[in-house]
Ligand binder design. Sequence first.
Ligand code: DAH
Length: 365
Amino acid sequence: MTDINTLKNEISAQVSASADLQALEEVRVSALGKKGRVTELMKTLGDMDPEQRKTQGPALNALKDEIAALIEKQEKALKKQALDQRLVNERMDVTLSVRPERKGKIHPISQTMEELVTIFGAMGYSVAEGPDIEDDWHNFTALNFPPGHPAREMQDTFFLPDDPEQNGEHAKKLLRTHTSSVQIRHMKANKPPFKIICFGRTYRSDYDMTHTPMFHQMECLHVAKGITMGHLKGCLTDFVQGFFGIDDLPVRFRPSFFPFVEPGAEVDIGYFKKGDGIQLGKAPTPEDQRWMEILGAGMVHKNVLINGGVDPEEYQGFAFGMGLERATMLKYGIPDLRTFFESDTRWLNHYGFDPLERPNSATRG
Ligand code: DAH
């Protein structure tokens, strides 16, 4: 009996001293394993005389059960302890800011589009879309330059095979020369008033320092009752000052011709020479003020409203269109247009934007 008690005390001391599951397993093997101390003791039962076996048998079985129960209890305690430890170690602070892991960059054109969405979104405009592959009617005729109109010559593009399921100018497929075609598509598909901007790729057969065969434009269309040139001037002035982040950026309207507007204007922004370069903004003296054109604008021509299914007696509107590359080059000081499309990652690393710092109304312009 003393043997059993000593053994029990020894083993239970070892069990409670096991600091982890592996140590506990070793204790279990040394007590209850095939050659364990308790197992060995059980084997002696066979050699005992029946009297002795009667008392020792139940005592040894009880010992075995007790040890097994102790081990199980310790195992549960160790597992719980391990879990608690992990919960403490692996705790994460969801209030920490995101790690600045600079994996990719946002292309400057995409950044400009985001900025424009922010600015025009705040003015209540929504974003419309149209296809890159247009037909002659939407790209030209509906915008008031019918076949043979001389203004078509300024916008030579890439033509695709005719669509056999369409007739006349609807059958003639081409890559759109401007986003103005989206004006027509949007008017035909919706009811006025309209207040939209639209972005997209546009195409012309040009290639030199300042022209690439594919480039991007933004179009704006606002049609409602009683819209005047005053609305156009107010909207454009707010937009360019916000976009370039210069509150007193001078804006100038020059009469110009586009078939789809009447009157039409080209819009210039002010700059002046500074050192070897230029700076956008109001010149220190009026004589130093220079101007550069950034977009075309005007009051939507009556024929365009009619082609869009809108009654010009009831509704008036303004529109403008702007090249995104040029605006982006001016805003961020990017010197060569062609580099936008060369997919040079060094260029993108230098001129691109952090994906985690997309513009919002607080960072606008
Ligand atoms: N679509 C013209 C172009 O690509 C730009 C333009 C001028 C758009 C005047 C307009 C506008 O909406 O009113 O040259």
